[in-house]
Design a binder for this molecule. Structure first.
Ligand code: AMP
Length: 140
C-alpha cells in the first residue's frame, strides 16, 4: 500500500508507545511528543506515504472525514476556541517525519500554539491567472 516505513508506522503498529486519541481502519491520531500547545495532535493515514500528493483517494477521504471531528474533540477538551491545521511536505517545508500527517494545534488564549514567521507579498495577477489556468486544467 505505502512506499516507506517511518516512526509513525511503528506507532500505528504499537511497536512504539504513544498517547492515542483516535483510530479507525485507515486513520490513526495521537498527541505530538513536542507539542506547541496542550492537545497538539497528529492525524496520520495508516498508509505509509511520504507526502500528501502521493496519498490515495481512499486515505484522503478518510482523513478529511475525521479531521473536523477530532478538531472538535480537542477544542472541547483543551478549552481552546481557535486552532491551526498544518501539514508539511518535504524537508525544506519543515517535514521531519516522512509519513503524511496533519498537525491539529490548539491556539490557547495565553498565546500558546503555532506562531508563524508569515512572509507574503502582493499577488501578481498576470502570473496568478497563468498558474490558476494551468492548475485548473490538470484538475479537470
Ligand atoms: P513535521 O515536522 O511536520 O514532520 O512533524 C513531525 C512531528 O512529529 C513533530 O512535531 C514531532 O514532535 C512529532 N513526533 C516525532 N516523533 C514522535 C513520537 N514518537 N511521538 C509523537 N510525536 C512525534
Amino acid at each position: 500500500m505505502g512506499d516507506d516505513q517511518s516512526i509513525f508506522s511503528m506507532i500505528i503498529e504499537g511497536e512504539i508507545p504513544c498517547h492515542k486519541v483516535y483510530e479507525d481502519d485507515l486513520v490513526f491520531a495521537f498527541l505530538d511528543i513536542n507539542p506547541f500547545s496542550p492537545g497538539h495532535t497528529l492525524v496520520v493515514p495508516k498508509e505509509s506515504t511520504r507526502t500528501l500528493d502521493k496519498l490515495s483517494d481512499e486515505s484522503a477521504e478518510a482523513l478529511g472525514r475525521v479531521l473536523p471531528r477530532i478538531s472538535r474533540a480537542i477544542l472541547r477538551v483543551t478549552g481552546a476556541e481557535e486552532f491551526n491545521v498544518i501539514q508539511n511536505n518535504g524537508p525544506n517545508a519543515f517535514q521531519s517525519v516522512f509519513h503524511v500527517h496533519f498537525h491539529i494545534i490548539p491556539k490557547m488564549k495565553d498565546g500558546r500554539g503555532l506562531t508563524f514567521p508569515f512572509k507574503s507579498s502582493p499577488i501578481d495577477h498576470e502570473e496568478a491567472e497563468k498558474l490558476a489556468t494551468s492548475i485548473r486544467e490538470l484538475l479537470d
